[in-house]
Design a protein. Structure first.
Ligand code: BEZ
Length: 429
């Protein structure tokens, strides 16, 4: 890339820039990164001294302003959530292509990292992107447990983090920060909507089934809250470890609980297995299932007719039939060769948030406060419908009631309009 700045072009003749950056950076590696890719603010600071610099030195500084912005995509490209990571990536790339390959005049360089949905490697993978690859922005990830390990690195380094799926409440709750944004949902939101859908349908006694990890636990709590507000109660929560797909132990217990219906949180390949096993156990016609829509988004091809009639709740649906959604779906299908789903929408909106920020500062990534303010205040015309961010930087959006018909998650009304996560514990609310 001819525009990219090289280490030896910068360090040799810019002591003023180097000193300024080193005094403000938060980690030695990040300091080094900034030395190699000086910010426009640092460049301007350095210009006072530039008068004394040789001409070739000033030339090099000016070139640095056009350096591509480095974006790290930290997502699962293997394992049970691989397809989710692929759809987020394709849609993020689609948004950039639609913007002509630049955001706010800055070209982007994308670095992809497969996080394998492995929480144990979360902090190390995030550090690798921030300290070794020296990215400016991280877009990631899908799995709540992995996200938990990324948050501390994002907070300490100040790296802009846009979360395109993982719903862990802490990211926009107790661990919220000015540089952390979400384009997806909090785990509480769709599950809360599902609890209301179940109670509105007249079910009084409910069970909940899920994986035993952050997203599952938070979904169970959201479901219970939504159901309780409408007069229903959750009598039992049953779990299997993530990403286990032997659901027989919990399926065997459900008929004996005396419940009217079952709430659920599963996604990706695990959801396909769960829904098939639920039907095979003869439960589909006995105990209505009301799952967070992740169970049937991106999985209907693999599920086939076994999913027909399932009711779910989510912040996206098929058949919204808005000009924005129709255009998005057509463009996504043309690019990726498959139908759009909620993950694609969230990846696209991660791109829209980044675009809103960079366009507001005309690509000057070091106008940090203005950049953050523009992202926080973005009013997106999302394929999901209108979307804004709450004070804790979490999407405010509709939760739709959906029914599976003819291989689609057909919208069947709005369960909760413009639902905001309460952002409990966030110091910015
Ligand atoms: C999560 O871990 O937060 C998550 C994973 C897949 C779908 C939805 C949420």
């Amino acid at each position: 890339m001819s525009d990219e700045i090289k280490a030896d072009e910068i360090t040799a003749d810019k002591p003023t820039v180097a000193a300024k950056v080193a005094s403000t950076a938060v980690s030695p590696a990040r300091s080094a990164a900034k030395l190699l890719r000086p910010s426009r603010r640092a460049v301007l600071t350095g210009l006072g001294a530039a008068a004394t610099l040789p001409l070739f030195g000033r030339f090099n500084i000016v070139r640095a302003q056009g350096a591509p912005l480095k974006v790290g995509l930290m997502l699962p490209y293997s394992g049970t959530f691989a397809q989710l990571g692929e759809n987020i990536t394709s849609a993020f790339e689609l948004l950039i292509a639609q913007k002509g390959g630049t955001l706010g005049g800055r070209a982007l360089e994308i670095i992809k990292l497969d996080d394998e949905s492995n929480p144990a490697k979360g902090p190390e993978n995030m550090k690798r992107l921030v300290d070794r690859d020296m990215v400016d922005v991280v877009v990631g990830t899908v799995h709540s447990g992995v996200l938990m390990g990324m948050l501390q690195v994002a907070r300490e380094s100040g790296t802009l983090l846009i979360i395109p799926n993982a719903g862990a409440g802490a990211a926009t709750g107790a661990q919220c920060a000015p540089n952390i944004f979400r384009s997806s949902f909090s785990n509480w939101q769709p599950a809360y909507g599902c609890g209301r859908i179940a109670a509105d349908a007249g079910y009084k006694k409910l069970a909940y089934v899920t994986w035993d990890y952050a997203a599952g636990k938070e979904s169970a709590a959201g479901f219970e809250e939504g159901a309780k507000e409408k007069g229903a109660e959750v009598v039992q929560v049953l779990t299997v470890p993530f990403p286990e797909t032997n659901f027989q132990p919990i399926l065997a217990q459900l008929p004996g609980l005396g419940v009217d219906a079952v709430g659920a949180f599963y996604a990706g390949g695990g959801a396909v297995q769960f829904i098939k096993d639920y039907a095979a156990a003869g439960l589909k016609d006995k105990l209505p299932l009301i799952a967070s829509g992740f169970a049937t988004d991106g999985t209907l091809g693999a599920l086939g007719s076994v999913a027909d009639g399932l009711v779910t709740g989510l912040h996206y649906a098929d058949g919204l039939d808005t000009p924005t959604d129709n255009a998005f779906r057509a463009a996504f299908k043309e690019k990726a060769g498959r139908e759009a789903d909620v993950y694609a929408v969230q990846g696209y909106d991660a791109g829209q948030l980044l675009a809103a920020g960079l366009e507001a500062v005309q690509g000057d990534f070091d106008e940090t406060d203005a950049l953050h303010k523009a992202i926080a205040g973005a009013k997106l015309d999302s394929p999901r419908g209108p979307m804004t961010l709450s004070p804790s930087h979490n999407p405010v959006h509709n939760i739709y009631r959906r029914v599976v018909k003819n291989g689609m998650n057909v919208v069947d009304g709005v369960a909760v309009e413009a639902l905001a996560d309460p952002g409990v514990g966030c110091s910015m609310t």
